[in-house]
Design a protein around this ligand. Structure first.
Ligand SMILES: Nc1ncnc2c1ncn2[C@@H]1O[C@H](COP(=O)(O)OP(=O)(O)OP(=O)(O)O)[C@@H](O)[C@H]1O
Ligand SMILES: [Mg+2]
Length: 451
């Protein structure tokens, strides 16, 4: 357990000395400062678990005004830190005013040691509970409850992938996973985390493709209340959520260029700031990233920073497309069949020969995800104890082209967009990629076609 760190502030050296002595005996770390400016400076540069502060700093003042002003400033810097103020005997009014301005409790000088210690303990416990609550809530939202993923990979072309996974999984090395859409990049990322020493710690995913540029930074790094118009409260970013665990940066090619340098800095020195805060936080995360883009090409076109790529791809794992590991198709198909047969309560024993042949020969541009969906649909359609060729409802490559002849250019465009969206499960980034369009260009077309 880390020892709690308490900041103490008073202009009198003997008071600081006595507090330091008392708190140290209770097992706390302390740091002493003797002016309001030094308090602010300390809070801006380090994390403290609590602050015990005097209200008067200049010898001849007893009004407490300096202390009250300081409380206001702390509210602007770190509104969550528990503060205990010290007041002179008989100035309960002042203590009340201090609590109005954010202090959590007060002691009167000369203080009673036992009472002071008990107040500090209570405040630390309360703030810990609060912080945990905030963290748990955020974790519950973000972390999927799935455990270790099932990964079917027996084809010869998958053996190098499996070897790499077992070699680098347990290390802290950053891994970049590449492969076509639906080829299993997320499955590999989860497997890497599951066999690492961080397995019992969070695996937090950020999908760079799914976030609007404006909120991306605050998703990653969090923000403090007031950092921008919608920042109504402090927010924990995903880097902090993943602390001591693994951060999975999915669709990494979509990280906006101006944020790439910030990302690089966290990866290089393990430090970051919440948006709107100048306070530096340390984070310890392992980075696994994934992309279906060609990052070397993105670098050549000045869309991706080369130094960031070098940080991310300490180890690169490339997953071959499904058409290059056909040996796995029967295993994957049977696995999906039993999953869906159970889910939809159908008694299905397998695929008939023609159906299996068609599965093996299909092009699978959508890779394992497409196979998964085709099997799910066929389970629903099957009327027998075996899935037949017709149940697969595979689009043979010739269908569609006859119809295209009768369409206008506009209709063809709408048709292709719908097809791409269906193939990628409604994922606009992937569909745009496949169509050779930017996301925004695809969005414009979706609007135009009323899709
Ligand atoms: N080797 C595998 N064994 C079992 N299931 C797999 C395997 N590979 C992929 N799948 C399944 O296929 C689907 C797609 O996989 P996944 O989401 O990992 O692909 P992806 O490469 O991340 O896709 P995208 O590029 O679209 O993000 C998931 O349902 C996943 O569980
Ligand atoms: Mg994915």
């Amino acid at each position: 357990m880390d020892r709690k760190r308490i900041l103490i502030a008073d202009d009198q050296a003997d008071v600081l000395e006595a507090l330091r002595f008392l708190l140290k005996a209770e097992g706390y770390q302390t740091e002493a400062v003797s002016s309001p400016e030094a308090v602010i400076h300390a809070l801006e540069t380090r994390d403290y678990d609590a602050l015990i502060m005097d209200l008067n700093y200049t010898r001849d003042t007893t009004s407490g005004q300096e202390g009250l002003d300081l409380l206001g400033k702390i509210q602007a810097t770190d509104p969550t830190i528990p503060i205990v103020v010290m007041t002179a005997w008989g100035s309960v009014e002042l203590a009340v005013e201090a609590m109005r301005r954010g202090a959590r409790d007060f002691v009167q000088k000369p203080w009673d040691n036992a009472r002071l210690v008990s107040i500090v303990k209570t405040q630390l416990a309360l703030s810990e509970a609060l912080r945990k609550g905030q963290r748990l809530e955020a974790e519950n939202r973000l972390l999927r409850a799935e455990g270790k993923p099932l990964m079917i990979a027996e084809a010869p072309s998958m053996q190098p992938v499996l070897q790499l996974i077992s070699r680098v999984g347990p290390s802290d090395a950053n891994v970049l996973i590449t492969g076509e859409p639906g080829s299993g990049k997320e499955v590999v990322a989860r497997t890497l985390h599951a066999i690492s020493e961080r397995a019992s710690k969070p695996l937090v995913t950020v999908n760079a493709g799914g976030l609007a540029e404006g909120i991306f930074e605050s998703e990653l790094f969090g923000h403090v209340k007031g950092a921008f118009t919608d920042a109504k409260a402090d927010r924990v970013g995903r880097f902090e959520l993943a602390d001591t665990g693994t951060l999975f940066l999915d669709e990494i090619a979509n990280v906006p260029f101006n944020l790439q340098s910030k990302l690089l800095r966290v990866l290089e020195i393990g430090e970051m700031e919440r948006v709107g805060s100048s306070k530096t936080k340390r984070v310890n995360v392992r980075i696994i990233s994934a992309t279906n883009a060609n990052l070397a090409e993105e670098v050549a076109n000045n869309r991706f920073r080369e130094d960031l790529l070098f940080r991310l791809n300490t180890i690169e794992i490339h997953i071959p497309p499904l058409r290059e590991r056909k040996e796995d198709i029967p295993l994957l198909a049977s696995h999906f069949l039993s999953v869906y047969a159970q889910r939809y309560r159908k008694r299905l024993l397998g695929f008939d020969q023609a159906a299996m042949q068609a599965l093996i020969e299909n092009a699978w541009q959508g890779n394992v995800r497409e196979l998964n969906h085709v099997v799910e649909r066929s389970v629903l359609l099957a009327q027998d104890t075996q899935v037949r060729l017709a149940d697969l409802a595979l689009r043979s490559s010739s269908t569609g082209s006859g119809r295209l002849d009768d369409m206008s250019l506009e209709e063809v465009e709408a048709f292709l967009i719908k097809k791409a969206l269906a193939r990628y499960d409604g994922n606009v980034s992937h569909a745009a990629n496949a169509l050779g369009l930017s996301r925004s260009a695809l969005y414009r077309r979706l609007q135009r076609h009323n899709l």
